[in-house]
Write a protein that binds this ligand. Structure first.
Ligand SMILES: *Cc1c(COP(=O)(O)O)cnc(C)c1O
Length: 402
């Protein structure tokens, strides 16, 4: 239990943490280990009964009609866009303040990523900016629930309806998120989740697509495995031989039963882990709110639930002697690992080169991207870890203050 922690910083009594606190290690139980061993012994390593079970449990958790397991969120987003027939000549609107994968998948389809700036307080894509970017070529909106905070899906869905667009959500951070009472994964046309090792449900590499639209499930399931017709993974089972046919040039994006063995138990623990992360979130909020050089995450709107995947703060660079990266380095010297989520995509060399994006194009995303630091928040942190983080942050802030 990490509760009601109160941390007072005192330069005389401060002691550097002995062991490095890594950023984002997975929480693993004996259940996962037993399940993986069982799968290995069963001889059915790749997509099979456990992946099917994982899909069933995942869709029940999210409240969507269908779930399709894939081997990453990137694969899930790519498959989703392709299922919608998005390709050359099309535009997809997304946020610049995200991991490159969210925008790369648009290029993988041959379409153009068009960015819309974020909101100053939530750091999520701004629906008013989306509307400004809609053209005749726009086919879809790809919102990202940054750090686990749900986007304004009600507004995004009504924009989509008005302009006849599809909505593909990047919910890599947001397995547990809820917007206006609706679970993320049950709102947009298609949603992709990530089970990368650092995410809230971890399988090493893995992902899931959810949707309520039957036609899209059929397309996505076929695309996920070489474009083979029908449940091709069943072709070696005892239910009878059936010769497959290739109906599209699909991908190799299926999830293994070894990964699903981890996912099944990770998912069953997802609400419990969120409660622990909320305690850490509250401890950081309470103990850092009096630091004038930090901006903390803005309050969560009523009816919404933040998945609390990442706890990020903004540095007041005007009153700090160092740049953000140096601040991160100084935390490492105190044996605290932290992260940057994210440096805006449009400033990445390949995006400048391919599309001519430049610094200044999306000022809010750039403002946030230059100042943002994520502090460790994971279900396996101890009370001592959380205290160490707060103390190290306070120490470094005093050192860099102008
Ligand atoms: C991790 C991440 C992805 C990619 O997830 P993978 O499962 O590694 O492909 C996509 N978008 C965001 C915002 C992410 O953080």
């Amino acid at each position: 239990m990490i509760k009601d922690i109160k941390v007072e910083y005192n330069s005389k009594t401060y002691k550097k943490r002995k062991k490095f606190l890594g950023f984002g290690a997975p929480y693993i139980g004996e259940e996962e280990i037993r399940e993986v061993v069982d799968t290995i012994r069963s001889g059915w390593w790749t997509t099979g009964p456990k992946t099917h079970q994982f899909e069933e449990e995942f869709k029940n958790y999210v409240g969507s009609k269908h779930a399709i397991a894939v081997n990453s969120a990137t694969a899930g987003l790519h498959t989703s866009l392709t299922s919608l027939g998005i390709g050359p000549g099309d535009e997809v609107i997304t946020t610049p303040l995200t991991f490159v994968a969210s925008a790369n998948v648009i290029i993988h389809c041959g379409a153009k990523p068009v960015f819309a700036d974020v909101e100053k307080d939530t750091w999520n894509i701004d629906p008013r900016e989306i509307e400004k970017k809609i053209t005749k070529k726009t086919r879809a909106i790809l919102p990202v629930h940054l750090h686990g905070r749900p986007c304004r899906m009600d507004e995004i869905m009504s924009l989509a309806k008005k302009h006849k667009l599809f909505v593909v959500e990047d919910a890599a951070h947001a397995v547990e998120a809820i917007q206006k009472g609706k679970k993320v994964g049950s709102i947009g046309h298609l949603t992709a989740f990530s089970f990368y090792v650092t995410k809230n449900v971890a399988t090493g590499e893995g992902g899931m697509i959810t949707t309520n639209i039957k036609r899209l499930v059929d397309k996505a399931s076929v695309l996920r495995l070489h474009g083979l017709s029908r449940d091709a993974w069943k072709r070696y089972s005892k239910t009878g031989f059936s010769l497959y046919e290739a109906v599209v040039p699909g991908y190799k994006y299926n999830l293994t039963d070894i990964a699903s063995s981890l996912g099944l138990h990770q998912l069953r623990r997802v609400e419990k882990n969120l409660k622990i992360r909320k305690q850490i979130w509250d401890a950081y909020s309470k103990n850092l709110s009096n630091e004038p050089l930090l901006t903390l995450p803005s309050p969560i709107e009523s009816g919404d639930r933040h998945a609390m995947h990442l706890f990020a703060v903004l540095l007041d660079l005007k009153n700090i002697k160092v740049a953000r990266n140096e601040f991160v380095d100084m935390l490492i010297k105190e044996n605290i690992g932290s992260g940057v989520h994210f440096s805006p995509v449009h400033t990445q060399p390949i995006y400048r080169k391919m599309f001519g994006y430049k610094k200044g194009d999306f000022p809010i995303a750039e403002f946030v991207g230059e100042r943002i630091v994520s502090l460790p928040i994971a279900a396996n942190l101890t009370e001592k870890d959380v205290k160490d983080v707060v103390l190290a942050v306070k120490k470094v802030l005093r050192k860099v203050s102008k």
